[in-house]
Design a protein around this ligand. Structure first.
Ligand code: HEC
Length: 140
């Protein structure tokens, strides 16, 4: 009987952690870690929003390179579709449901945010902008 109690306890903990962490459906532990990184930077009082992430992704920004005023300049307006660099190199879809290893390596995420935010906005994106973008793409 004791072992059954143990099993129930484990199940209860699993159930609770599932209910308490409303991570996007396709996200696994690696993506959770990345989200947590940006949540820590943004502060606990900031809530990330997929709607705001979508707006940010679709918007035309100023301050960056004239050739790339928007994230969609390379990634296209559909997260489900492949994009293209200016050099015409194919970019896998940004949606996590389409490209399973997206947002799984902090080093890669940091590198491309730095590079792409500078190209599009002429500055680093804020932790809030990054978090919004990530919850949007992880839910796509
Ligand atoms: C000049 C073309 C270009 C623009 C504009 C661009 N990106 Fe990218 N992005 C790339 C390329 C190339 C990669 C790396 C290839 C890959 O991950 O498939 C990439 C990768 C990324 C990654 C890493 C994804 C991962 O799998 O970890 C993130 C995050 C990202 N971009 C966010 C953005 C955001 C946010 C914007 C708008 C502010 C943006 N990108 C605009 C070309 C671009």
């Amino acid at each position: 009987m004791k072992s059954w109690n143990g099993v129930s306890a484990v199940l209860a903990v699993l159930y609770l952690s599932f209910v308490l962490t409303p991570a996007p459906a396709a996200a696994g532990p690696a993506q959770d870690q990345i989200l947590k990184h940006y949540q820590d930077l943004a502060g606990a009082d900031v809530t990330f929003s997929a709607d705001r992430g979508k707006e940010f992704f679709m918007a035309k920004h100023t301050g960056g390179k004239p050739k790339s005023p928007s994230c969609t300049s390379c990634h296209t307006k559909s997260p489900l579709k492949s994009g293209r660099t200016h050099a015409n190199k194919k970019i896998a879809p940004m949606a996590l449901s389409k490209t399973k290893d997206r947002y799984s390596e902090l080093k890669k995420v940091k590198k491309w945010f730095r590079r792409n935010c500078r190209s599009v906005l002429g500055r680093e994106c804020s932790p809030q902008e990054k978090g919004d973008f990530l919850v949007y793409m992880m839910g796509q």
